[in-house]
Design a protein around this ligand. Structure first.
Ligand code: ATP
Length: 901
């Protein structure tokens, strides 16, 4: 047992004004920020892009052969591309920086005489850090008070064995804590000695600076870009040869082929993806979900399993003691929330003297073995609130109802040492000095961890009665704690002594009602093909009762349907992906369950808040931490932090992830179909006698208006109404998978056919066919972009119609502004000439709509139940009574078609 070294006075810490002065003096408590990349370096990076290099070569080539107009257009494209590239990069970086600012680490310090939560960056030397389980130490500090402090220093030292720290440690190192280390258990106060670059973390910061790795999708798209580049370049070579065979001059064909290559390869893809992900993350932040890693945005859309904890996630997390059991009586407790007013009643009447004595003894022990506090309402009629663990706060409120004041109790029985609660031992013990010079041991914990002969000196008959009572209360949905007490003469020497030979005081049953939205959120998960799984540290009967209430289990489910953590290692449960409810698990077992799902190919999201949840949060594809009640270490291990601690927010984030992914696929469909059409026009044109269908400048102009304006606007398209009624996409599905390739080719062919058709008609009619082809190709692509919209007339994304209008305006400028006309070598079109392009635009629109209509019934059919549930999968029951069968959850269902267009 760690000996407590307590100062009698809690250091007050600096005032806010002193802290502000110290902050100005020492600077923020941050490791050195990333150096800012200068503009010239960004421009140079863009110019190093192979495609831009090729374009620069083309400028030289065109100038050499005296083709000034093409040289101007190509130079313009280089300027616009570079500008757009730099702007997108800066904006994406800003978005990511804004996101990390939202999820900055926080620290608890004493300010103005009381504990306050401040951003870690605002911690200053002389601040008093208030450290508790799950905190990440914000700065180097010397301990002034400590109780059972165990610190994980592996982040700094690589040493995985946790270190005991105490004010009384002989070694000076043992009396200090260093920034970046994690409090595994215990509590402490520590005065900050060094912050920022002077702290331990600051000194090794250079080694730890995170590198923004490309997301899996970005990597895949980069691979795809390379393949497309090879294909496009070979086709462009074919165009080049074809032109030469037709007697075109080599220089002009060279420039044309290069321009075509530039237009056909969607070089803006990685930038578009980063923008889409960053904007998606911003959107999520406005919906209470802070994304800590950008790749999480794309992974969220494909989550197939949601492993959730119980308290505060499915339940309100506001505990209230409703029943008390002692060997002599059973009492009910009335009152609301943490309000300390209420009564204890035995069979509806105030308890008799003996009963009152037993109940007071029970509540005295649970109030002493307690680190929480109750806060009175801040406004008239407002609720009392809990500071610290809700379970412990509820026990304080119950004690108050028996007339016990925790402050008086603390003064009468000062705490001298403790064994803090942790979710593996599932119990907590405190040792107090009594007036007579002896010691009092108070213990509380899960009934299984207390009602044993090893802990209690009670007859088997008493233990059996207590166990039966605790099972009964748990089956009613209560969280049950057992409490015991022992007196010693003198201080118990070895730690183990404190938890032996105690007398049972009784049981406290705490109610924590399910959140009203819980069953609807779980039903939404099931509708979206996500399998919900409940993993809790609570009793199986309590877990079962809640699971039935929120619709995770059938009302006739038995406790045996709930798997216990202890069963996992025993071989009773062979497939961890079968059960829907796990109880009495410890954090290590959570890890096993998540791993089992991952081994099955599922994409898992897991909620957690405790210090030991870190590994499982990291192991899950999406670790979700509770921003309010979660520990700092859980927040830092997570990919997603919920600022409202609500499961509905995870489901909202999944929807957002699906939206972003759909939009990226829509952009691909549009961009690649356009590129394919441009190449096909150039390849097929000569076969129909159109010698050089488009000039280099014209190709690049089309590219600018399609990939640039409208392409980027597509990223902001709203979520499709059906996004959450279809199964998640299989994680291994290629971004061009489930029919997208075919759709690219089909749309590309339609756009080619209508554009060439317009040109051939124009030529036969003696009209300016090349300008008509240029306009038709552009119009058909703009028709496609509008046709791919999920909801045609939605006002949710005004950028897209605005971008289409702007593109149409720029196309008109290319035809009617004399300067652009001479550069692009176009001719003005008459009203009659415009018939062909208008029809091409309509055809592009109709083709995109028809394709969508044909694609939709296919995914709807799959989403509506053709996917077989695995035989062992338990139907999920809605609160209303209709049973919903999980449709997905294995990540192995047939690939759904998507909404991309
Ligand atoms: P949940 O899924 O509800 O969030 P959990 O995994 O957080 O549960 P724990 O907090 O580990 O569960 O609690 C496990 C058991 O330990 C509880 O059922 C209760 O009996 C006991 N317990 C909880 N809090 C305390 C405490 N502060 N002191 C002593 N025992 C506690």
């Amino acid at each position: 047992m760690n000996t407590v070294a307590r100062e009698h006075r809690t250091p007050a810490g600096p005032t806010s004004a002193e802290a502000a002065r110290l902050l100005a003096e020492y600077g923020p408590n941050e490791v050195a920020a990333q150096p800012c990349v200068p503009l010239w370096a960004r421009v140079a990076a863009q110019l190093r892009d192979p495609l831009i290099t090729v374009l620069l070569a083309a400028v030289v080539l065109t100038l050499a052969i005296g083709d000034r107009p093409d040289a101007v257009v190509i130079a313009l494209v280089v300027v616009v591309n570079t500008t757009v590239g730099v702007v997108q990069e800066v904006r994406a970086e800003e978005s990511v920086a804004a996101l990390s600012a939202l999820s900055t680490p926080r620290a608890r310090v004493m300010r103005d005489g009381g504990p306050r939560e401040v951003p870690s960056a605002a911690v200053v030397p002389h601040d008093v850090l208030v450290l508790g389980e799950g905190d990440v130490v914000a700065a180097d500090a010397g301990l002034t008070e400590s109780a059972g402090l165990l610190v994980d220093e592996s982040a700094l030292t690589g040493e995985s064995v946790p270190v005991d720290k105490a004010v009384s440690a002989a070694d000076p190192d043992g009396r200090t804590v260093r920034s970046g280390t994690v409090v595994l258990r215990g509590r402490a106060l520590a005065v900050v000695t060094a912050t920022g670059a002077d702290s331990a973390l600051g000194r090794i910061a250079a080694l730890m600076r995170p590198r923004p790795d490309p997301t899996p999708l970005q990597r895949r798209l980069a691979d795809l870009g390379r393949v497309l580049a090879v294909v496009a370049l070979s086709l462009c070579a074919a165009v080049f040869v074809l032109g030469l065979l037709q007697g075109q001059p080599a220089g002009r064909m060279g420039v044309t082929a290069i321009s075509l290559a530039v237009a056909a390869v969607p070089e803006s893809l990685p930038a578009v993806v980063t923008m889409a992900l960053a904007l998606g993350a911003r959107h999520m932040a406005s919906r209470h979900a802070l994304v800590r890693r950008l790749p999480a945005v794309e992974t969220l859309g494909s989550v197939t399993v949601l492993a959730t904890d119980k308290t505060g996630t499915l339940t309100e997390g506001r505990m209230v003691v409703e029943r008390l059991w002692t060997p002599g009586c059973t009492a009910s407790v009335d009152g609301h929330g943490y309000d300390p007013s209420g009564r204890l009643l035995v069979d509806g009447s105030p308890p008799g003297p003996a009963e009152a004595e037993e109940l007071r003894a029970l509540l005295t022990a649970t109030a002493l073995c307690n680190d929480a506090a109750l806060r009175p309402p801040t406004e008239a009629g407002g609720p009392w609130t809990a500071l610290g663990d809700p379970t412990e706060a509820a026990l304080l409120a119950a004690a108050a109802k028996a007339g016990l004041d925790p402050v008086d109790l603390g003064a009468a029985f000062p705490r001298i040492t403790e064994l803090p609660f942790d979710s593996v031992r599932k119990r907590m013990t405190t040792v107090h000095r009594t007036a007579g010079g002896g010691t009092l041991v108070c213990l509380k914990g899960a009934p299984e961890a207390v009602l044993t002969a090893a802990v209690l000196d009670e007859t088997e008959e008493v233990l059996e009665r207590a166990r039966a009572a605790s099972t009964r209360l748990a089956a009613e949905g209560f969280r049950v704690l057992a409490a015991a007490r022992g007196t010693r003469h003198g201080f118990p020497a070895p730690a183990a002594d404190a938890e032996h030979g105690l007398r049972l005081l009784g049981l406290a049953a705490l109610a924590d009602p399910p959140k009203s939205a819980a069953s609807a959120v779980l039903a939404d998960c099931v509708r979206a093909g996500i399998r919900p799984v409940l993993i809790t540290g609570d009793h199986p009967a309590t877990a079962r009762a809640l699971a039935v209430r929120v619709g995770l289990l059938e009302p006739d489910a038995r406790s045996a349907d709930v798997v216990r953590g202890a069963d996992l290692g025993s071989g009773t449960v062979t497939d961890l992906t079968r059960p829907t409810v796990f109880a009495r698990t410890d954090p290590g077992q959570k890890l096993e369950i998540v791993q089992a799902w991952r081994d099955r190919g599922a994409v898992t999201a897991m909620t957690g808040d405790g210090v030991n949840d870190g590994p499982a949060l990291r192991r899950a594809d999406i670790g979700v931490a509770m921003g309010r009640r979660g520990t700092e270490v859980a927040r830092q291990a997570a990919d997603l932090v919920l600022t409202d601690d609500s499961l509905a927010t995870v489901v909202g984030a999944v929807e957002e992830g699906r939206r972003v992914y759909d939009n990226i696929r829509r952009f691909l469909l549009y961009g690649l179909a356009g590129g394919a059409a441009e190449i096909l026009v150039m390849l097929a044109g000569p076969l129909f006698g159109l010698a050089l269908p488009l000039r280099a400048g014209q190709i690049l102009w089309i590219n600018l208006l399609t990939h640039g304006l409208t392409g980027v606007a597509m990223g902001a398209e709203p979520v499709s109404p059906g996004a959450m009624s279809r199964p998640p996409r299989p994680p291994e599905q290629h971004v061009l998978g489930s029919g997208l390739w075919q759709r690219v080719l089909l749309l590309g062919t339609v756009v080619t056919a209508v554009s060439l058709g317009a040109a051939l008609w124009a030529r036969s009619d003696g009209r300016p066919w090349q300008s008509i082809l240029f306009t038709a190709l552009l119009a058909a692509q703009l028709g496609v972009v509008l046709g791919l919209r999920e909801r045609l007339l939605t006002r949710a994304n005004p950028f897209l119609p605005a971008a289409v209008l702007a593109s149409a305006g720029l196309a008109a400028a290319a035809l009617y502004l004399p300067f652009l006309r001479s550069v692009l070598e176009t001719e003005p079109l008459s009203w009659g000439d415009l018939v062909g392009p208008v029809l091409a635009g309509l055809a592009g629109f109709v083709a995109a709509r028809t394709q969508r209509a044909v694609a939709r019934p296919r995914w709807t059919a799959r989403a509506s139940g053709r996917t077989p549930a695995r035989p062992a999968e338990r139907p999920v029951k809605r609160a209303g009574g209709t049973s919903l069968r999980p449709r997905a959850g294995t990540g192995m269902e047939p690939p759904p078609d998507d909404d991309a267009g």
